[in-house]
Design a protein around this ligand. Structure first.
Ligand code: NAP
Length: 532
């Protein structure tokens, strides 16, 4: 990619109205973020010939695959599936790609589809406010104001690192950082604490163990771990994929359907998960001979309830002479160490937080205000995060959430869900044009029906009833993050924009004209019964 300075400056030509006070720049469609969701949206809009702008708060693209560059970071979904369906990559070097390859893939796809010159880097959306009169979104960004008719939020669920509020954290005198903001700080010869044993920690702990003098891993809940099946993809295989793209599509299809098969067990929380548990137990037994340590590493919930982790070296690392597993609760952080509930102080030079992300409490919800100035956070205060098809919310016209509530995935590739949402959004924009509408707004009863359906589906899944607490559930125990069904069902639901579930409003000019003849009543383009 061209360095920041070489990229074309964003067009500002439209930003001033001649002879009067400056009008904010107007763009018909704005996309936030340049991860899989944002770039996927930009490519889809480009294909549809829709003028758009992508706002990216960082200086580079890639979303979570740009930010998470900790040692050992790789995808735990096979690469043939964890990629855009329209942009297969015959050159993946391993079956589960390392972070650098995924980031480079996103870069290449963005370049090949010519969407980079519509990306404005270092541009953070501070607030988005719906202007009812103007029928547009006003964006307050770090590079000035903007207006847009349609806003697509591809900011991502794993974008805001969460660091627990442990008393004394600010007083720590050493180095401290989160796994998603990896520091170049040299860990060689240091005493290092790792807080957390989730998907990220399981990947970076074995990678840093060689360098450090002492490693203390603070485990609150043990994860279920299975051996990793990653392997190199041979030159011969890659040559086949290059020459016969159908072969790679077939492998992608096989991976997709095998994951959907696994989903059946997770969705029903059924007895086949006991077999999976047996496998994980045998693996743990084969790796950890000490029964006391084994007991501390054995989860007490169904596998899959928290993300199933894949690693060949996690257990081996925890048993190294200079590595210690601490399961007592961290009660305090002091300038030179962490204190646990047994009163012990564990002295360290560096703390690495592998403590996950603000998902159910993503701060973006406070930054988006819809009709009547009500924020998404306020709209979701009682109910928890919810959006019809994970995409639209009543009171937020022309707003589309990508990878929104209940589109997360516990068994397969999120890219599958994002592409399904993009098909829906592109169809919505087509319908908007065809009907001559200015705004599309979801009818409130549709969301109520949808939420009931999703929560009923979620109740029986392992994520809700598997006996664990995870970031999949919000503070009230509702699953507001994962899609609790097969992805092909979500794809089916998003194939067509179901306009009958939306209120359509005519453009403002028509409203002004019509309002005069209707005594101020704004015209609706549709008055259809809702079929939730
Ligand atoms: P995570 O799965 O949320 O794990 C956070 C860890 O921090 C958990 O072990 C948690 O313990 C622990 N923790 C949180 N607060 C704590 C506290 N106050 N004291 C002690 N421990 C605390 O976060 P993550 O590992 O960054 O992964 C997040 C998500 O990113 C994953 O679920 C996955 O979707 C994605 N991810 C994917 C990949 C991939 O390969 N595709 C790799 C990494 C991450 P509890 O379990 O007790 O809450």
């Amino acid at each position: 990619m061209a360095p920041r300075s070489e990229r074309e400056a964003p067009t500002a030509a439209q930003s001033t109205a001649e002879g009067c006070s400056p009008e904010p720049e107007h763009v018909p469609v704005v996309v936030v973020g340049t991860g899989f969701a944002g770039l996927g949206a930009a490519i889809a809009l480009q294909r549809e010939g829709r003028e758009h702008l992508v706002l990216e708060r960082a200086g580079d693209l890639g979303g979570t695959w740009r930010d998470n560059r900790y040692p050992g970071c790789r995808c735990d979904v096979p690469s043939h599936l964890y990629s855009f369906s329209f942009a297969p990559n015959p050159d993946w070097s391993e079956t589960y790609s390392p972070q650098g390859e995924i980031r480079a893939y996103l870069q290449r796809v963005a370049e090949e589809h010519g969407v980079l010159d519509r990306v404005r880097f270092d541009c953070e959306v501070r607030h988005a406010t719906w202007d009812e009169r103007g029928q547009r979104w006003h964006l307050d960004t770090s590079q000035g104001p903007l207006t847009t008719e349609v806003l697509l939020l591809g900011n991502g669920p794993l974008a805001e690192p969460a660091i627990p509020d442990i008393p004394g954290r600010e007083d720590f005198a050493g180095t401290a950082f989160h796994s998603a903001a990896w520091s170049d700080h040299d860990l060689t010869g240091e005493r290092v604490a790792v807080v957390g044993t989730g998907a990220s920690a399981v990947q970076f702990v074995p990678e840093i163990a060689d360098a450090v003098a002492h490693l203390t891993v603070f485990q609150r809940t043990p994860p279920w771990v299975l051996p990793h099946r990653n392997r190199r993809i041979s030159d011969a295989e890659r040559a086949v994929y290059r020459r016969l793209p159908g072969a790679q599509r077939a492998v992608r299809g096989m991976v997709y359907w095998s994951r959907e098969l696994l989903a059946g067990a997770l969705l029903r929380n059924d007895r086949s998960l006991e077999r999976l548990e047996g496998l994980a137990r045998r693996y743990l037994h084969s790796q950890v001979p000490d029964p006391r340590l084994r007991a501390r590493l054995t989860p007490d919930y169904r596998p899959g309830c928290k993300r199933l982790l894949l690693s060949d070296d996690w257990y081996a690392t925890l048993q190294r002479a200079h590595v210690e597993v601490v399961t007592d609760k961290i009660t305090e952080i002091r300038p030179h160490g962490l204190v646990t509930s047994d009163g012990a102080e564990h002295e360290v030079d560096t703390i690495i937080y592998g403590t996950g992300f603000h998902v159910t409490d993503n701060p973006i919800a406070h930054r988006v205000s819809g009709v009547g100035g009500r924020s998404l956070a306020a709209a979701w205060e009682e109910s928890g995060a919810q959006a019809y098809l994970g995409t639209t919310v009543p009171g937020f016209p022309n707003l589309f959430l990508l990878a929104g509530p209940n589109t997360g995935i516990g068994h397969t590739s999120l890219v599958v869900m994002i592409e399904a949402q993009l098909a829906y959004v592109m169809d919505a924009l087509r319908v908007r044009d065809e009907r001559g509408a200015a705004t599309l707004e979801l009818r409130a009863p549709v969301l109520e029906g949808w939420t009931r359906e999703v929560q009923a589906k979620a109740a029986g899944t392992v994520w809700n009833s598997g006996g664990c607490a995870s970031w999949y559930l919000d503070e009230q125990g509702r699953n507001t993050t994962l899609w609790p069904d097969h992805t092909f069902r979500f794809r089916r639901r998003t194939r067509r924009f179901d306009v009958e579930r939306y209120e359509l409003t005519a453009p403002r000019d028509a409203i002004a004209h019509d309002a005069a003849s209707r005594g101020g009543e704004p015209p609706r383009l549709e008055h259809l019964e809702v079929a939730p």
